[in-house]
Design a protein around this ligand. Structure first.
Ligand code: UN1
Length: 508
């Protein structure tokens, strides 16, 4: 099959924002990006060397000294212009996301829409970086707090949302007055360089200092540079819990700040009071969307025993209609997983389910033959399982759905919570008491809890993130901007005496 992109003759080079300084060391290694859609090599990108990395950080630091002085609404205006660029290139970038990462074109376009939405959000936020004011206990004194930017923010993003999650971080960080160094996943470097190109004109036209937006490329070692580097004020990392623990340890070791958005093991409770016409499509999209590779993917459904048989039959019928194939062809629902190692994890999980005694009600399998030459297409499957099985307890980034049974709602909530992760959760019920109980303090322990919608597809306006092994971070909407700033408390004496707090007297 012919690749949709001509492969450039020279390796692409990451660097800082405006493209004036795309460093390149001849000895640098390259990262090859293959499309899981057709197996084609679509880009060869130079890997950032340690020397280049240090130059990037120095440039970013110098840029910060200038950028923080630019009024926040003016920074917002620049982000607004970036949003316009993403609107303009939505189709092209969405297509590239779909091709490089393998998610369906609709989801690729949706991902670019998330960038546009967070740009809009950040523009408004740029005029709302509010601090509180307090009444001082002393006469003729005033207290207030203000928010200042942190400095250099390192963004480590995952392959599954190769561009949107960067933008949640970067757009907010920029309006807050920070500068960003982005390390995209080594599986999707091309989409990152495309974003850097898309915003390049905006940065140049507005004379934004070199280094406000930087991209570095590499794998784990490059991520560790950011984590260990005291010059990086905040490391925001998205990926596996294993990766997040390593990053958290390094960053905490130097008392830096981290913002973690890690694995999920998201469940939907289906009550006997559910409207199944809503529940079934939500479950199927949640389980097979992005080929099961969202951190918000629905991995478990917990079904009331009286409707268990009905739900099982409906899911089987729905899965029978799924069409798997090239993500750029909109007649298919499910594209490939990212690479052979993801196929391997799927196969390992499938074997473990069998060994644990799980029954597949929709059979797994790896597809081959015409259209599947990349070897990355797997069949979405459903297994009847037990919540306590180790395979059910961990996040396998693949379209495997576990079907669990419950008797009472408390039992369902207990199962939903009895996993190490705490990202997203949902209940389908038309019963008000059940819905409210699920959202109550005795309900879901996740960062996201939904009623009558699925676990994935969160809007950018809410704070996004989760508890327990999901890492505790919150990104995108609500007051997530505070993670990108430092708080300063100010007390001002405008009187003629020098009273001390707590009524202490101290006379000279
Ligand atoms: C992720 O998988 O890392 O809620 C992010 C969703 C998307 C974001 C997922 N808006 O599914």
């Amino acid at each position: 099959m012919q690749s949709i992109l001509p492969l450039p003759t020279q390796p692409l080079k990451p660097g800082t924002s405006t493209g004036q300084q795309f460093w390149h060391t001849d000895a640098a290694k390259t990262i090859d990006s293959y499309s899981p859609a057709d197996g084609q090599l679509i880009a060869r990108v130079t890997e950032t060397t340690r020397a280049d990395y240090d130059r990037v950080v120095e440039t970013a630091q110098a840029a910060f000294a200038e950028w923080r002085q630019v009024p926040a609404p003016r920074r917002g205006e620049i982000v607004r212009q970036m949003g316009e660029q993403f609107r303009h290139y939505k189709r092209e970038l969405g297509t590239l996301v779909s091709y490089e990462m393998g998610k369906s074109l609709q989801e690729g376009l949706g991902e670019v829409q998330e960038i546009i939405d967070i740009c809009d959000f950040a523009v408004g936020q740029s005029r709302q970086l509010y601090g509180l004011s307090m009444h001082s206990e002393r006469p003729a004194h005033r207290m207030m707090e203000q928010w200042h930017p942190l400095g250099v923010v390192g963004i480590i993003s995952a392959f599954n949302f190769p561009v949107a999650v960067w933008s949640w971080n970067a757009m907010l960080a920029w309006v807050c007055g920070d500068v960003c160094i982005w390390k995209p996943s080594e599986k999707t470097p091309l989409t990152a360089l495309a974003c850097q190109q898309i915003i390049g004109d905006v940065l140049r036209n507005n004379n934004v200092p070199e280094g406000v937006s930087c991209v570095i490329t590499g794998g784990r070692t490059t991520g560790e540079w950011l984590a260990r580097d005291p010059r990086i004020a905040l490391v925001s990392a998205t990926g596996s819990t294993r990766m997040g623990k390593a990053i958290a340890e390094s960053v905490a070791g130097r008392l830096g700040k981290s913002l973690l958005e890690l694995g999920g093991n998201n469940a939907i409770i289906v009550s006997e009071h559910a409207d199944l016409d809503l529940a079934i499509p939500a479950i199927v999209f949640g389980a097979v969307g992005t080929a099961g590779q969202r951190c918000t993917t629905t991995r478990r459904i917990i079904v009331q025993e009286r409707i268990y048989g009905d739900v099982k039959d409906r899911l089987k019928r729905a899965y029978a209609q799924l069409r798997i194939g090239n993500p750029l062809d909109e007649s298919f629902h499910v594209g490939p997983v990212i690479d052979q190692s993801a196929v391997h994890s799927y196969q390992v999980a499938v074997q473990e389910i069998g060994e644990a005694g799980g029954q597949f009600i929709v059979e797994p399998g790896v597809l081959d033959g015409p259209g599947f030459e990349s070897g990355c297409y797997v069949k979405p499957c459903i297994a009847e399982a037990e919540n306590s099985w180790p395979v059910v307890q961990r996040e396998t980034f693949a379209p495997i759905l576990y079907l669990l049974k419950y008797t009472t709602l408390d039992d369902a909530i207990a199962q939903q919570n009895a996993v190490p992760q705490g990202l997203s959760s949902a209940i389908f019920t038309l019963n008000l008491r059940e819905a409210e109980r699920f959202l109550s303090v005795a309900g879901s322990d996740c960062g996201i809890a939904n009623i009558n919608i699925g676990t994935s597809g969160a809007e950018i306006g809410g704070a996004f993130g989760g508890e327990k092994e999901t890492g505790g971070g919150r990104e995108s909407g609500s007051d997530a901007w505070k993670a990108y700033m430092r708080r300063q408390t100010n007390t001002i004496n405008y009187g003629t005496t020098m009273p001390l707090a707590q009524g202490i007297t101290f006379e000279l």
